[in-house]
Design a protein. Structure first.
Lengths: 268, 296
């Protein structure tokens, strides 16, 4: 399967999940869907039947609210089944912020600004123990408001964490407004470079560009700490969701489900 | 206590290559021997406590038992949510060590008064909360934490404490120590308060019993049942706010035991603790304790 097809399947499943279970945050799930698809299809090493395999690459998903995208990609890659039936159902571990009790989820998140520091600690352990696996953190843009991230941004280059990559899903919209209007991050790439990170900017929906940048990090051609700033569109893939703050919260009704599925299928 | 903690941890780390020590840019003249002995397992992460706990969590996920060392409120209240969610929820082996418990850095001001840590931390599931009363208890708890999977909190005083126990203690984990036998009244001392009351002549005069109780959590309920059966009055002593601390834990335990029918009567419990105030003036630890009424 190509990463493009995987991304489309992930978006379809996210749509069904949010429709069936009245879940939120589909906008952020769609902005990160291509990033996740490229990572899981072409970059990360893992064994779905042995989720805790020691040699796996560690992926820390800091934007835990966009859980449907991570859960969907993990199901598509074979970590578990029955997501659509079990998601957010009483008694299952499929909470609507990602949960480490689910195979393939390294860290429960949902409170923002937690995962990058943990990814730093894991990268430090990997370096200390001479491991070849890599440590990835996927961050939202809004959560860069949290000071804890900037503590971690200071820490990683100081410790020369060449095995660490922070992927930033820069969709320009946070919970209650546009980034530029709430707490502007610009010039983001310059800030990260000033913090002594390698920083690359890519179109976060361009699979080839993502593959190139993430692949070069994975092979060691681009040593970390690498910040990959992915310019994305909140709600990407379904026209009426794109760039709309409301889809941080709304879940699709029956007509919106049909319309969304139709638009996604047209991209096949 | 600081030096005992460090010398004990050094010894533990010699036999356990999974011990890692992080500090938040504090520990001058204390931590250097560990840094020299185990440079690969020591790191000063800077004045960034949220990141310190997160990094500790990442290291713990990869199999380390990580001690994080800083002062009072900084590795506790400042980064509370990281402790709650990253450490406790994931049940990771991170041991938070705070030096300067209570008013031991009294003259440095209210920022350095560590007087709400028990209450905040003991509500966290999986967390253990301990404040040793002398160097031997410090060593025993450090060894226990060195072999314990999961979270723990160790509140240290500072330096110069005398040994109450005549010899080293087994690292058996949460336990209580009967130091003076008595009847009718039992004094239950936590942390530095043990130092203050140990030589009080009233133990002999009044035949009071004295227990050292370093662990605020978990509370030994079997021991509490015995206390309730044996004594008419309990006096708890702690260098912590009255609410949610050691005395509160005792009161809760006694009430739970009574409501469950495991004890038939509840002894009077007098709680000596800080009466819900900040101390806003300067003062030595002894002076500030006296100011807020921390005395037997």
């Amino acid at each position: 399967m190509s990463s493009e097809n995987l991304a489309r399947e992930v978006r379809e499943l996210c749509l069904r999940l949010c429709h069936k279970h009245r879940a939120s945050h589909i906008g952020g799930a769609y902005s990160v869907a291509d990033i996740l698809a490229v990572l899981y299809q072409d970059i990360l090493e893992f064994h779905p039947e042995d989720a805790g395999w020691e040699g796996r690459d560690r992926l820390f998903y800091s934007k835990g609210h966009a859980c449907t995208a991570l859960y969907a990609v993990l199901e598509k890659k074979g970590f578990f089944q029955n997501l659509l039936e079990e998601f957010s159902v009483d008694g299952t571990y499929f909470t609507s912020h990602v949960n480490h009790h689910i195979p393939g989820v390294e860290l429960s998140t949902g409170s923002l600004g937690h995962a990058l520091g943990v990814a730093c600690g894991t990268a430090l352990a990997g370096k200390t123990l001479g491991k070849s696996w890599k440590s990835f953190a996927i961050l939202s843009d809004g959560e860069l408001d949290e000071g804890s991230n900037w503590e971690a941004f200071l820490f990683a280059p100081q410790q020369k964490l060449t095995n660490l990559c922070a992927v930033i899903d820069y969709n320009k919209i946070q919970s209650f407004g546009r980034i530029a209007e709430v707490l502007d991050l610009e010039p983001l790439a310059d800030k990260l470079r000033a913090f002594r990170w390698q920083c690359l900017e890519v179109d976060g929906h361009d699979h080839q560009a993502l593959r190139q940048a993430l692949g070069d990090f994975k092979t060691g051609k681009t040593p970390g700490p690498l910040a990959l700033v992915c310019h994305t569109i909140k709600g990407k893939g379904v026209s009426f969701m794109e760039n709309q703050l409301a889809w941080h919260y709304k879940s699709p009704n029956d007509a919106q489900l049909e319309q969304g599925l139709k638009e996604l299928a047209a991209h096949a | 206590m600081r030096s005992t903690f460090l010398s004990t941890l050094l010894d533990v780390a010699k036999h356990n290559d999974k011990i890692f020590l992080l500090c938040g840019d504090l520990g001058y003249s204390v931590l250097e021997p560990f840094a020299a002995a185990f440079p690969q397992r020591f790191l000063n992460v800077g004045i960034a406590e949220q990141n310190m706990i997160a990094v500790a969590s990442g290291l713990a996920k990869e199999g380390y038992n990580v001690f994080v060392y800083s002062l009072g409120n900084f590795p506790t209240l400042r980064c509370l949510e990281q402790i709650r969610y990253d450490v406790c929820y994931h049940n990771l082996s991170v041991k938070v060590v705070a030096v300067g418990g209570g008013y031991s850095y009294g003259p440095l001001g209210t920022s350095h008064h560590t007087t709400e840590d028990f209450g905040v931390l003991r509500t966290l599931p999986r967390m253990r909360v301990a404040a040793p009363g002398d160097p031997h208890e410090t060593a025993a708890i450090t060894r226990y934490y060195g072999s314990l999977a999961g979270p723990g909190y160790l509140r240290l005083n500072k330096t110069g404490e005398f040994c109450v126990h005549p010899q080293s203690l087994e690292p058996v984990g949460p336990t209580t120590y009967c130091l003076k036998k008595g009847k009718t009244t039992a004094v239950l001392a936590n942390g530095s308060m043990l130092q203050d009351v140990f030589q009080d002549p009233r133990f002999e005069l009044n035949q009071w019993a004295l227990f050292s109780v370093p662990f605020v959590k978990p509370m030994d309920l079997d021991w509490l049942v015995g206390l309730a059966q044996e004594f008419e009055e309990l006096i708890s002593l702690e260098e912590h706010q009255l609410s949610c601390g050691f005395g509160s834990a005792l009161a809760e335990g006694l009430m739970d035991l009574y409501s469950q029918g495991k004890i038939s009567r509840v002894p009077r419990l007098k709680r000596v603790a800080i009466p819900d105030v900040f101390v806003e003036h300067s003062g030595s630890q002894a002076y500030l304790k006296a100011t807020v009424g921390l005395k037997l």
